[in-house]
Write a protein that binds this ligand. Structure first.
Ligand code: ADP
Ligand code: DP6
Length: 333
């Protein structure tokens, strides 16, 4: 039987013998957050974050993470201008990821990272966070990794980060290789200028159960999860077709059903997982009411209480009537 692969053993094969900083610091690098229209939910390998299904996302343009690495006397992580305690899970995860490249004996670094989306609230900070960190590592150590490696390695930080190396529509192909080097994201060659995303923030507090734990709990305990790979495969097909045909109805219906199917598997986990709050359910009803009144708007949701609305530019004013406080993003604008 082959030995179980680790992140370190896979990454090491693509690194030079010595990994050292090329200078004192680098210019900050940015990665956009992304929202999946067909979700990544469940892993076939929890060490390498290899998914059970392929997924498809849309990037959130200017919303995401900016990260810079510098030479330092000690390892230090700063988030949104504040130093994070070294023993905090956030700092430990960031440093452990850097260790995969510089090695545990590597020289200390200062990490300065800024999220212009709420952190750990179901607005995909882990996606932009690890994608920006991957790009910063590549620049700081002069690795010059190709886009496939950047996507595969960012995935080892957080699965959804594999998709945050690109803008627009992005597909993360699940791949079949044991080392996961074919489990990478690729941008779709499609623009949809009129597409809009509305962020409806119900709560930006840090959620009690992170996406990773929620996903693992669902796979391990929910019988309903067995139907998920079939749902995801069918939805991926429908989304590709909708994007090719610029069929907004098909895009919106598929994304909304995909999100609700994912949440159904979580509700069927044990202990049950319900990320929705009363405000999330109220927003869903408002969306369904808007649709009944002829306004074409759909939603998707990740592992958190907030909603992301999908609509087109021509419906923006009408959607704002129902959600006056939403933040509107033009992903191709
Ligand atoms: P979210 O819904 O925001 O993605 P998750 O619980 O899935 O919430 O992920 C939050 C985790 O993502 C954080 O605990 C941290 O490990 C990681 N993360 C968020 N922002 C950054 C960042 N700027 N740099 C590195 N890692 C980050
Ligand atoms: C519901 O990428 O945060 O947002 O790979 O364990 O870090 P890890 O999980 P993460 O999970 C994202 C789950 C999701 C769906 C999606 O973005 O596709």
């Amino acid at each position: 039987m082959s030995e179980r692969m680790t992140k370190g053993s896979v990454i090491a094969q693509y690194l030079p013998e010595r990994v050292t900083p090329v200078g004192e610091t680098i210019a900050p690098v940015f990665a956009p957050s992304n929202i999946a229209l067909c979700k990544y939910w469940g892993k076939r390998d929890v060490e390498l974050n290899l998914p059970i299904n392929s997924s498809l996302s849309i990037s959130l343009a200017h919303l995401g993470t900016q990260t810079r690495l510098s030479v330092s006397d000690e390892d230090a992580v700063w988030l949104n201008g504040e130093k994070v305690a070294a023993q905090d899970k956030f700092a430990r995860k960031v440093i452990a990821f850097i260790d995969l490249f510089r090695g545990p004996q590597g020289s200390p670094v200062k990490v300065e990272t800024d999220n212009n989306i709420p952190t750990a609230a179901g607005l995909a900070s882990s996606a932009s966070g690890f994608a920006a960190l991957m790009l910063a590592i590549d620049g700081f150590y002069g690795l010059k990794l190709d886009p496939q490696c950047l996507s595969a390695f960012a995935r080892m930080g957080s699965g959804s980060a594999s998709r945050s190396l690109y803008t627009g529509f992005v597909e993360w192909q699940m791949g079949v290789r044991e080392d996961g080097m074919d489990s990478i994201a690729l941008p779709l060659d499609s623009h949809w200028d009129a597409l809009r995303i509305g962020l409806v923030k119900v709560s930006v507090a840090e959620k009690a159960v992170d996406s990773r734990s929620g996903m693992n709990r669902t796979v391990e305990t929910a019988h309903l999860y067995q139907s998920w790979p079939l749902q995801a495969a069918a939805d991926l097909e429908r989304l590709h077709q909708a994007i090719a045909d610029k069929n907004f109805t098909q895009l919106g219906e598929t994304a909304e059903q995909n999100a609700l199917s994912m949440h159904a598997t979580m509700i069927a986990a044990w202990p049950p997982l319900l990320y929705w709050q009363p405000g999330s359910v109220a927003a869903m009803h408002r969306i369904w009411q808007a649709r009944a009144e002829g306004v074409e708007v759909y939603f998707t949701m990740d592992a958190g209480p907030n909603l992301k609305l999908l609509f087109t530019a021509e419906a923006e004013a009408a959607v704002k009537h129902y959600f006056p406080d939403m933040e509107v993003i033009a992903p191709f604008g």
